[in-house]
Design a protein around this ligand. Structure first.
Ligand SMILES: Nc1ncnc2c1ncn2[C@@H]1O[C@H](COP(=O)(O)OP(=O)(O)O)[C@@H](O)[C@H]1O
Ligand SMILES: [Mg+2]
Length: 327
């Protein structure tokens, strides 16, 4: 049995349409018109125990909506889902004890308490013994480098420190499933790196199932082998990150090094992405790599050629742009 499974999961929000002007307001009193937003539109996937899956998509794609349904915070408009065999929106206690949802844009800790006391409240809720609590908080805070911040008021923590405390709170009851929604949003480079290292380490050690959404490709590239791409509520791709380049990358970067430095014009060969007197990088369609090499070799004295893929970040950005323009 997969740890997480969804079939045709759909969520439609109703947003009331406000018409401009007084007449619009009067009409709105009589019969309200609304727009339907399909935030999740037939979402199906399945995730096995121990997987750490990146859930990627532009703003408004439906990521948070899906995670909220899987956490039982939202009822779907249609479709099915199982998390550890339970229907999440039935909100059974047995499931609640086995998963966590961390929303990077919200805080769950008490603002006016030291982090440790806020965590202590969670300890009571989950019925964790003081001994286990001490061990778990000690271990996690050590790994995250915030042991000396446990007695600081949450409101006085930096964003990075607060997020690390949120992570400890999310992992206190040793969940089997972890939903992380933008856990590195707004963090400084160092904190984001620390959080990534921690997640990698924790996932490897605990075989916890993790779904991670992030705006930062670096999070995804460092942590996730598999990604699910979503846009306008629909899944565009589900598979290994590396396959995205094979399947969707339209161009390659061909880099040439020349025997001698000189002023050369390469505009006829393709888009120039970098150029020095002795080197040039050309962005060319995948299908014309060989032809471009031949043409350059015929004209120049070349000492080295390398062919590289486009950065995955760029491929994904183009993919989303392309589907947006197809609409
Ligand atoms: N409570 C709500 N009421 C109406 N529309 C909503 C609500 N929450 C989200 N939406 C809309 O649903 C779509 C998906 O939102 P969301 O799941 O938050 O996307 P993401 O997390 O990928 O940025 C967006 O168009 C958003 O504006
Ligand atoms: Mg979101």
């Amino acid at each position: 049995m997969p740890a997480i499974e969804t079939r045709n999961l759909t969520k439609t929000y109703r947003a009331y349409r406000k018409e401009a002007g007084l007449w619009g307001a009067v009409k709105g009193l009589v019969h309200r018109e609304y727009d339907e937003i399909r935030a999740a539109d037939g979402v199906s996937f399945s995730i096995e125990e121990g997987e750490l899956v990146g859930f990627l998509g532009p703003n408004g794609a439906g990521k948070t909506t899906v995670l909220k349904m899987l956490s039982g915070l939202l009822n779907p408009s249609g479709g099915e889902a199982r998390v550890l065999g339970h229907v999440p929106w039935e909100r059974e206690d047995e499931l609640k004890r086995q998963f966590s949802l961390l929303l990077g844009q919200k805080n769950s800790l008490w603002w006016d308490l030291p982090a440790r006391e806020s965590l202590e409240l969670n300890r009571v809720i989950y019925g964790i013994t003081p001994n286990d609590f001490k061990q778990i908080v000690g271990g996690l805070s050590e790994l995250l480098g915030v042991t000396d911040k446990l007695n600081v008021m949450v409101r006085e923590l930096s964003l990075g420190e607060r997020m690390k405390m949120e992570l400890i709170a999310a992992l206190l009851h040793a969940p089997k499933v972890l939903f992380l929604d933008e856990p590195t949003i707004g963090l400084d480079v160092g904190s984001a790196q620390k959080v990534r290292e921690f997640l990698k380490h924790y996932n490897a050690g605990h075989r916890i199932v993790t779904m991670l959404t992030s705006h930062y490709m670096q999070d995804i590239q460092e942590l996730c082998h598999r990604v699910i791409l979503i846009d306008h509520g629909r899944i565009l791709f589900d598979g290994p990150l590396t396959t995205i380049v094979d399947r969707f990358s339209t161009h390659k970067i061909v880099a040439f090094t020349f025997e001698e430095a000189a002023v050369r014009d390469f505009t006829v060969f393709g888009e120039i992405t970098e150029q020095t007197p002795q080197t040039v990088c050309l962005k060319v369609p995948r299908s014309s790599v060989a032809e471009t090499c031949r043409a350059v070799l015929a004209r120049e004295r070349v000492t080295d050629i390398t062919v590289q893929e486009l950065p995955i970040e760029e491929v994904i950005r183009r993919l989303f742009q392309q589907t947006a323009s197809e609409r």
